[in-house]
Design a protein around this ligand. Sequence first.
Ligand code: ISE
Length: 336
Amino acid sequence: MTVRIGLIGAGGMGRAHVDRIANELPGAQVSAVADINFDAAKAVAEPLGAKAYTTGKELIDDPNVDAVLVATFGKVHEESVIPAVQAGKYVLCEKPLATTAEGCLRIMDAEQAAGRKLVTVGFMRRFDKGYNKMKELLVGGELGYATLVHNRHRNPSVPKTYTSRMAIDDTAIHEIDTMRWLLDEEIVETRVDRPRFTSKRFEHLNDPIVVVMRTESGVLIDDEVNVNIGFGYSIECELVMETGTARLGDQEKIHVRDQFGNRNAICGSHIDRFHDAFNQEVQEWIHAVARGEHTGASSWDGYAAACVIDAAVASLEDPSGPKVEVAMIDKPGFYA
Ligand code: ISE
């Protein structure tokens, strides 16, 4: 079966997904594209012979759409995900599932009413080889249990429209989910520290910040979010266990050694740095949809991340940067 995918959101992330589905991954085709900017939808749809729409609703109702890929802004994910679920279609929604825990709960309600898990959240780092090796080492247990994790999440720059809240719900969300997945436990408390801010930021932005989190078992996680670093897109992670540590390889690039030194190129964006992880994620989703099965991070994972976001934002908005407990509902049996 060829899965016919409808893409909602024809921006950079959506176009990168279209490109991988058309040129790299077997088993699917993009049959429709929707964007509030119709010209942008048309520009992506026409070369593929796909339909273009202005609204997600029209795309979801299209009988030639089997499954929906949502790549709009986080704030408007909910308005596409809920109708897609109500139409009984599988959805791969880019992170965040919704920007607040409340929004995620509404999605979970719709999904439970539909009676099956239909929503996958695009937490692609779960498919990254380096993080998977790290998890394997931790689960293997030869270096003991985890005590600390140090993360650095650096972007070359962000547009003026990027807000301080987005440093958490759009950027740190990756570490929030990856740490829950890596350590296999919930984050129960968080606080946001503010170092000296960079002069390279837009005035309205708190940048850099450090999001500090603690898990149920007491593992302490720090995450430097630094989004105007200039030199490139750089993700670092070091897992500290009792008798050893594991660190991500720096970039998905080769090392060059010559008369200028020993170096590897720095990635420019997440699309570049996590290219293989995105491919793996989307490929597994396509195969699962064809089998009529759910795969990847669930709405519960989207909700759990949003609960940490809500707590971190509360800390960020209080100039004293207090520790804030993460409040969550009990996990419904549906997501067990
Ligand atoms: C963007 O949406 C991403 O997902 C990137 O991985 C992150 O580094 C960036 O800050 C976000 O805006």
